[in-house]
Ligand binder design. Structure first.
Ligand code: GLY
Length: 395
């Protein structure tokens, strides 16, 4: 792996990959337009999210518009903007009730409406973003100082994860949703959104991140008193293990909280989690296992964790000294190159770029293990454009 990775410089690799990316994204945009893809079907093709079991409220539905906004920023091609705006209109239905969305409203609206507003200043997009931020803020538990993760409808899945009552659950993923609150405060001048985000991030620091930089996925608090109860296992191998996508949410999420607040403790936590991820990936050819503390067999990978970790490392690199920067950018490049070599499909006639994405560790059907997942592609594109210097900042 190392030898092949050394065959061309990171810069040459980047230019080659961007060339393939531009061709593939153009073809996909023409084929898909404002449909919303998640994974490919048995026929190897994308199908609109509303044709499958997940529906319009699924947490990943902002990533395709995010990819389109990134490509619009990179190319100025109007087809990308139009397709992204079409998806944004479809997501509008989610803002009609506080029961159709959960804490993942940030994943839905930052890469769609807020991206649109940041790029074009569209007033309707701003309205959507602020409404989404209000829904997120409304999930704040005053005594526990955290944002409640999932709705009661998660009950069955919660049982799978070792718990029942989800009213007092916070999860590491939400570190990527709270930038919606930072944006709302920056946009309106009202500090309340940001204060909720900071309190949530501090609670996550205290109860989710362990001293060695590994993370719990879930923390359960008493929903009435806010008292700490326990750590149900979540989407990784087990309680006490280390789900790699959760690790990546921590790396990127704490780095973003530093960007928005200037609080050095958030940057230190991001670095602590990053060093843990780098150590675990470096001993595995820079490929991410689904869980860094799962048994050695079976080997299961998750390209989504790798791509989000890479973006988090590139975010950290923006906030450290010139001396420290190469440590983070080189690690990000190693991860991107290893995953591109193992998982990329550059045929423009076939849907999805990266396979190797895994939704959760214990997957009896196998249908959610090492498959194409839309956010692997989103974070791959963001990372490539960050390295090229022309990414749109979405978080
Ligand atoms: N936010 C849900 C996940 O990472 O699977």
């Amino acid at each position: 792996m190392e030898n092949r990775a050394a065959a061309c410089s990171d810069r040459e690799w980047l230019e080659q990959v961007y060339g393939k990316l531009a061709v593939k994204m153009k073809a996909q945009c023409e084929r898909i337009g404002s449909s919303i893809p998640y994974t490919t079907g048995k026929d190897g093709k994308y199908h609109d999210i509303e044709e499958g079991p997940w529906g319009i409220g699924f947490w990943t539905n902002g990533f395709w518009p995010g990819m389109l906004w990134q490509m619009y920023e990179a190319t100025g091609d109007e087809a990308y903007r139009k397709a992204a705006a079409g998806v944004e209109e479809r997501l509008d239905v989610l803002l009609k009730s506080c029961e159709t969305v959960d804490h993942d409203v940030g994943f839905l609206f930052l890469p769609s409406a807020v991206a649109n507003y940041r790029k074009t200043g569209d007033a309707e997009a701003r309205r959507r973003g602020l409404l989404a931020a209000s829904l997120l803020a409304s999930r704040y538990n005053l005594d526990g100082k955290f944002i409640r993760a999932w709705p009661d409808a998660m009950g069955k899945m919660a049982e799978m994860m070792g718990g029942g009552d989800v009213r007092g659950w916070m999860i590491i993923d939400c570190m990527m949703n709270i930038p919606l609150l930072y944006w709302a405060s920056e946009e309106t001048g009202d500090p309340r959104f940001k204060k909720i985000a900071v309190n949530h991030a501090k609670t996550a620091q205290q109860y989710i991140v362990r001293p060695d930089g590994s993370c719990n996925h879930i923390v359960a608090f008493d929903p009435e008193t806010g008292e700490y109860l326990n750590n149900p296992g979540g989407q990784g191998y087990a309680t006490g293990s280390s789900w790699s996508r959760g690790q990546s949410w921590a790396v990127y999420g704490f780095a973003l909280s530093y960007r928005h607040t200037g609080d050095e403790s958030f940057l230190n936590t991001a670095k602590q989690c990053a060093h843990y991820c780098i150590a675990n990936m470096a001993v595995n050819d820079w490929l991410p296992l689904v869980d860094y503390r799962a048994p050695a067999e079976p080997v299961k990978y998750d390209s989504t964790a790798a791509m989000c970790t890479a973006c988090g490392l590139l975010e950290i690199a923006e906030h450290v000294s010139e001396h420290e920067k190469p440590f983070y950018t080189k690690a990000a490049c190693r991860i991107l190159r290893a995953c591109e070599e193992k998982f990329a499909n550059w045929d423009p006639q076939q849907d999805s770029i990266l396979t190797g994405g895994t939704f959760f560790y214990h997957d009896p059907t196998g249908e959610n293990t090492e498959v194409p997942i839309i956010y692997a592609d989103y974070y791959f594109i963001e990372a490539v454009l960050r390295l090229k210097g022309n990414a749109l900042f979405l978080w």
